[in-house]
Design a protein around this ligand. Structure first.
Ligand code: PHE
Length: 453
């Protein structure tokens, strides 16, 4: 008997399952590693202000767009664009999404690997094994970076192999809430430490003179990265979503949850940076730039846990990095799911083979990053800061002018019966047709102009 079953498309088991999976995709290193780093480098509160605006003005509408395109077509980004429009430009846009997924995951796993290394660093340090702690936390050790990244990638591939509800949904249900609780407790602890209030001021009192095109571009890149937008992750997740669900409502929950966690991460990390400074750790160089760069949180947070000391330090340190690696895992899953679902849908290859094939390719690229971590900044800039907003621009133009808003409305109506009688629809139309594409394009173009000047 033939054993090759057709690829049956999975669906989420429950509404909360979907929300958690989408929130699991959104909440990750973007919130706890990338956001504080980019924010601290870009003037603290001014960045927060622009970032939050862009999340709601551009991010949320694009999220609704991605989810509705995904649910309508039940396909990966390439297949979804193809299904709704003959225009070849969008097929290319679909490929761009797949490429961004591969590129972003190739550095994402390296940082995710660091979360594993630092989990052990905490255990070793608190056990008094300081040499071991120093060895395992050396982010410049290429072999170590490679080893932990391969471990992390293996787990990601295994979950994606398991498919949607068994693998992804089960993994996120418990661990997300736990992360929020831990961060909350740490914030309270940090607030009482010397230096903390200075960090808090820097984080919450905006200096609007810090706003420039670099900051705005960085904030837009961060908004897309953090919400998992612009590379079809939510087209793909939307393709597993039931027609009963209310997309605008689900998207609102995911957005608020994601921004909430980023905001909390800032509340934890900015005061921690200043607290570390108060203790003599050099955080800024003579020009006022952060010395730590991409490794920022991997330098200040472990210090914080060392400072707490004893069993408390161990418990918080180890569980923080453990939960951070879980948050990274649920995001990495969605990054791998996009190219994998593309190979499954468009090339008819079974899920297992596809996940191993794509995961293998990404692991190989990641090895280069493991040995040269300066590649992180470059790949991140091309594929996250430029690439994701570009993908988002395509999605909004696609919905508004090719698929057409009326068709989108018919899709959104499923699970949201009274869409016509609410303020949501007329406002949404203006955003997706005009505000989103114009704003994204304006920011991208002004960056290019600035760069060549
Ligand atoms: N949003 C994820 C995070 O914040 C990263 C990600 C980006 C996931 C793009 C999927 C798509 O860590």
């Amino acid at each position: 008997m033939a054993t090759s079953k057709p690829n049956i498309r999975g669906t989420w088991n429950s509404k909360i399952g979907f929300i958690l999976a989408a929130a699991g995709s959104a909440v990750g290193l973007g919130n706890i590693w990338r956001y504080p780093t980019v924010m601290a480098e870009n003037g603290g509160a001014a960045f927060l202000f622009i970032y939050a605006m862009l999340v709601f003005i551009v991010g949320y509408p694009v999220m609704v767009a991605e989810l509705s395109v995904g649910r309508r077509t039940q396909k990966n980004p390439v297949g979804a664009f193809k299904a709704l429009s003959k225009n070849k430009i969008f097929t290319i846009a679909g490929f761009w999404c797949v490429l961004c997924g591969i590129a972003i995951l190739s550095f994402y796993v390296i940082i995710a690997g660091w979360t594993i290394s630092y989990f052990f660093e905490q255990i070793f340090f608190h056990a008094g094994l300081h040499d071991w702690a120093a060895w395992v936390s050396d982010t410049e050790n290429g072999w170590l970076n490679a080893a932990v990244a391969i471990m992390f990638m293996a787990v990601t591939i295994t979950i994606v192999l398991g498919g949607v509800s068994q693998g992804i949904e089960r993994a996120v249900r418990l661990l997300m809430p736990l992360l929020v609780v831990i961060i909350g407790i740490l914030i309270v602890y940090v607030m009482f430490q010397p230096g903390a209030s200075e960090g808090l001021t820097e984080y919450l009192v905006p200096d609007f003179s810090a706003i420039n095109t670099d900051l705005i571009l960085a904030a837009m890149g961060q908004a897309f990265f953090s919400l998992s937008l612009g590379m079809g992750a939510l087209i793909t997740y939307g393709s597993y979503l039931s027609k009963k669900e209310n997309i605008p409502e689900a998207a609102a929950m995911v957005t608020v949850f994601d921004v909430g966690i980023a905001f909390m991460a800032g509340l934890l990390i900015m005061p921690t940076i200043y607290m570390a400074q108060a203790q003599g750790v050099v955080i800024f160089d003579a020009d006022g730039n952060l010395v730590a760069g991409t490794a920022l949180i991997f330098q200040v947070l472990p210090e914080l846990f060392h400072e707490m000391g004893g069993l408390i330090g161990l418990i918080f340190g180890a569980s923080f990095f453990f939960l951070l690696s879980i948050a990274a895992l649920t995001s990495a899953i969605s990054l791998l799911e996009v190219p994998t679902s593309y190979v499954i849908d468009e090339h008819g290859i079974r899920r297992k083979k596809s996940a191993i094939l794509i995961g293998g390719i990404i692991t190989i690229i990641a090895l280069f990053v493991a040995f040269d971590t300066s590649l992180i900044g470059t790949i991140d800039f091309i594929f996250s800061v430029i690439g994701l907003p570009l993908g988002g621009l395509f999605v909004s133009i696609f919905l508004a002018y090719f698929w057409k808003t009326e068709n989108a409305r018919l899709e959104l109506e499923k699970g949201f019966d009274d869409i016509n009688s609410t303020i949501f629809w007329p406002v949404y139309k203006v955003f997706i047709k005009y505000i989103c594409p114009v704003l994204i394009a304006a920011i991208l173009i002004s960056t290019i102009v600035e760069a060549i000047r």
